[in-house]
Design a protein around this ligand. Structure first.
Ligand code: SF4
Ligand code: FES
Length: 336
């Protein structure tokens, strides 16, 4: 069990653990951001460099520091390694540089982007970005490509993290999209304009860290921070049926997979659960969703029992069906 110290906190981890995984085991503010690594997708990581850290001591056997920042998602822990993330001004400056690079070609169209409020690049921009740009050239533009009825591709927003390509490779049969070309003309494409049409393709929307792949059935319907997420399930033969419903009043505006505190999908869901417009009564409501990472959504305090103000049918479902976040046992209406 190699021992690693990250920002002063020491942990023993299994051999083969990356610095990023070790940081996630510790948790909290010391966890580096990750725009391309995705724990559930093999070979992800290594593309975006947002997760860079400084290794100030390589290992007990060889304590020399690593000469430049390393991608924590691709660097394995060594016994006695000492890592600096938020305690290193150099790392924070370098990460700000990475964000600046990511934003070179990314349009600043957050006010009209459906990903606003749950966009990891928007979060990073606020945390590390600068108010000005030093870029003097025109941003990239692309021919519009229609990739089917359910998913909207905005190639100008893509940061080429490859997550959607890995979803297509690892989850679906007969992949019809990928990254074509090289360098600044690289783009996500369906090659021959094939529609992306398979049972699990909607998961590409959930893994996309920016607004390049969004849900066509939800576009412009609402801002995520005005909607109320609740975890729900149904009996599904294609996936676990464990989803997150996003409500406006008693209307289900969209269905997504549930995400963990790092914004990663917990269970992949099928397109039928995601896109088929089911009635509220078709779902078993488990309760208000815990939204950890996206502060703008958390502003509405979904975990407080104000979520119960959905409507009476949902209220009944919630009261009957789940454990209170505020205490043991079923929800007590007297506590509302
Ligand atoms: S479309 Fe989204 S998920 Fe796919 S490579 Fe671009 S940014 Fe990543
Ligand atoms: S998350 Fe490590 S390089 Fe992208």
């Amino acid at each position: 069990m190699p021992k690693v110290t990250i920002d002063g906190q020491t942990i023993d981890v299994p051999a083969g653990t990356t610095i990023l995984q070790a940081a996630r085991m510790i948790g909290g503010d010391i966890v580096p951001p990750a725009m391309c690594y995705y724990s559930k997708l093999k070979t992800s990581g290594g593309y975006c460099r947002t997760c860079i850290v400084q290794v100030s001591q390589g290992s007990t056997a060889d304590p020399r520091p690593m000469p430049k920042p390393v991608a924590s998602c691709r660097t394995n822990v060594m016994d006695g390694m000492v890592v600096k993330n938020i305690t290193s001004p150099e790392v924070l400056e370098a990460r700000a540089g990475v964000v600046e690079f990511l934003l070179l070609n990314h349009p600043l169209d957050c006010p009209i982007c459906d990903q606003a409020g749950e966009c990891h690049l928007q979060d990073l921009g606020y945390e590390h970005g600068k108010a000005d740009t030093r870029y003097e050239f025109e941003r990239r533009t692309f021919e519009k490509i229609d990739i089917g009825n359910y998913i909207q591709l905005h190639m100008t927003r893509c940061i080429l993290c490859y997550r959607c390509v890995k979803v297509a490779d690892q989850l679906t049969d007969g992949r019809v999209h990928g990254v074509i070309n090289r360098g600044e003309v690289s783009e996500i494409s369906t090659y021959i304009q094939n529609a992306i049409d398979n049972d699990l393709s909607g998961n590409m929307i959930d893994v996309c860290p920016v607004g390049a792949l969004t849900d066509k059935t939800f576009r412009f319907k609402n801002r995520v921070w005005f909607t109320k997420p609740a975890d729900a399930n149904c009996t599904c033969t294609k996936c676990t049926g464990k989803v997150r419903l996003w409500f406006k009043g008693d209307e289900i505006l969209r269905v997504t997979a549930r995400k963990d505190e790092y914004g990663e999908v917990v269970d992949w869901i099928c397109n039928e659960c995601r896109f088929k417009k089911r009635k509220l009564s078709d779902w078993v409501i488990e309760g208000p969703a815990k939204v950890n990472r996206h502060s703008v959504i958390s502003q509405n305090h979904y975990e407080s029992l104000r979520a119960i103000q959905f409507d009476t049918r949902l209220q009944t479902a919630v009261l009957n069906g789940h454990k209170s976040k505020l205490g043991e046992g079923p929800l007590n209406p007297n506590n509302l």
